[in-house]
Design a protein around this ligand. Structure first.
Ligand SMILES: *Cc1c(COP(=O)(O)O)cnc(C)c1O
Length: 421
């Protein structure tokens, strides 16, 4: 009996349990069961020696909330545990985390290798900000693994990966690129926003630093901005120092909202990715859809790699509409259960074209160079019932078909053509 009890003690709890309980073993004032929002800029000490020890990091404690805050620390501990990291550093936004990590490890004379498919803001750091600081940036064709390996082998300091990519859902072979990076001693950073720690743990595949936009699935409710970086303590100490000085710290109210959101991540994602699979399959049969991107589709070029390195395919689907922006402006207003907005990962379903969402910072020419079509629509599938989301999409497409037939009718014979279903 004793042995049995021991055996169950060592069983790793499931992710549904871990998102709730990780990082929560902290005693709160008044025995509160929930992490309070500690809205204090600074922390006061009667004992000046103790204050000094805490400032020097010789004793645990808090000095000033740009450096650390008790509410933010709970979130950092939770995400650190979920990513199997030693340490985590929270930022005011996902972009602050990405920018902070890149600037911690890159400076004049260094070289970074990444891919053309990445979040638009990240692409801007690579194209606009790093080069003017004297960093050499090489962006490779995301689907050409051999090209990426060749560029890494030429020598570099950082390899930056985003998989699945926003909004094209391309999949990178993390283990293979980590091997290439290790051969030249490069640090590997991975943006895990689309997968979430539930579906993918890049650190377990050899990546050094994981970054997230906590604004998305981690928060889950579209009401807070945040970001986080996770990795070994030696690396995170440098990232924390960068954040302390440059100042993009997370505020405790947002940290509270994100902690609350993470607790339901497993429940939300289970429903969201079941619907995403159903929507992706339906979209494949829709004549107005030119192509569908979802790693859960067997014909997706990254399907086998996704199966090997992910536990689920996520809740983002993107598709290209026949007729480009013209069809986009007809289809999107007809959807009932949809925000048309530049966010993702929330409980509500959200539709948006790349030109007003992931790549709003880029010009038309830049989007064309990146292979982002004007007819590309991204769907962040919410927690609504699958049947309702499918029916909504079907009725919206049916209405566009009807409109197109009417348009054709009046073009050719000057009167409305009869519309058949
Ligand atoms: C949204 C997003 C970001 C940027 O995060 P913010 O919180 O908006 O700054 C970075 N990477 C990916 C993959 C994203 O989707």
């Amino acid at each position: 009996m004793n042995n049995q009890a021991k055996a169950t003690d060592t069983v790793q709890p499931g992710m549904g349990t871990r998102v709730v309980w990780e990082g929560e073993q902290v005693e709160h004032p008044y025995n509160a069961t929930q992490t309070p929002i500690i809205a204090s800029a600074a922390y006061g000490y009667q004992d000046i020696d103790a204050w000094y020890d805490i400032a020097l990091g010789k004793q645990p404690g808090f000095i000033y909330s740009r450096m650390s805050n008790p509410t933010v620390a709970v979130l950092e501990d939770k995400l650190c545990a979920l990513e199997h990291a030693e340490s985590a550093v929270a930022f005011s936004t996902g972009m602050a985390a990405i920018s902070g990590v890149l600037h911690t490890f890159l400076c004049q004379g260094k070289r970074v290798v990444s891919t053309r498919d990445s979040y638009g803001g990240t692409n801007k750091i690579f194209e606009e900000f790093l080069p003017r600081q004297g960093v050499e940036v090489t962006l490779c064709d995301t689907l050409d693994t051999e090209e990426i390996e060749r560029e890494i082998a030429r020598g570099c300091d950082v390899v930056y990966l985003e998989t699945p990519s926003n909004p094209t859902l391309k999949i990178l072979d993390i283990r293979r690129l980590v091997d290439a990076a290790k051969r030249v001693g490069a640090l590997v950073i991975a943006d895990n926003t689309f997968a979430t720690p539930l579906n993918q743990n890049p650190l377990l595949l050899g990546v050094d630093v994981v970054v997230h936009s906590a604004t998305k699935f981690l928060s889950g409710h579209g009401d807070a901005l945040g970001g986080v970086a996770c990795g070994a303590e030696t690396l995170m100490a440098q990232v924390r120092h960068y954040r302390e000085i440059n100042g993009a710290s997370l505020d405790p109210f947002s940290a509270y909202l994100i902690i609350r959101g993470v607790k339901t991540l497993a429940l939300r994602l289970r429903q969201q990715q079941a619907s995403a699979q159903a929507l992706a399959e339906y979209l494949c049969s829709e004549p107005l859809v030119e192509s569908v991107n979802y790693p859960g589709l067997p014909q997706h070029p990254g399907h086998a790699i996704a199966r090997a390195q992910m536990r689920g395919f996520g809740a983002i689907v993107s598709f290209v509409l026949v007729g480009g922006m013209d069809t986009v402006v007809k289809l999107l207003p007809k959807l009932r259960y949809a925000h048309r907005a530049g966010n993702l990962g929330a409980v509500e379903t959200i539709y948006g074209p790349a030109r007003t969402t992931s790549h709003v910072e880029n010009t038309l020419e830049e989007r064309q160079a990146l292979g982002i079509s004007e007819g590309l629509v991204r769907v962040s599938v919410g927690i609504e019932d699958t049947a309702d989301l499918l029916a909504d999409l079907r009725q919206a497409f049916a209405a566009v078909h009807a409109q197109r037939l009417q348009g054709q009718g009046s073009d050719t014979c000057g009167r409305h053509a009869e519309v058949s279903t």
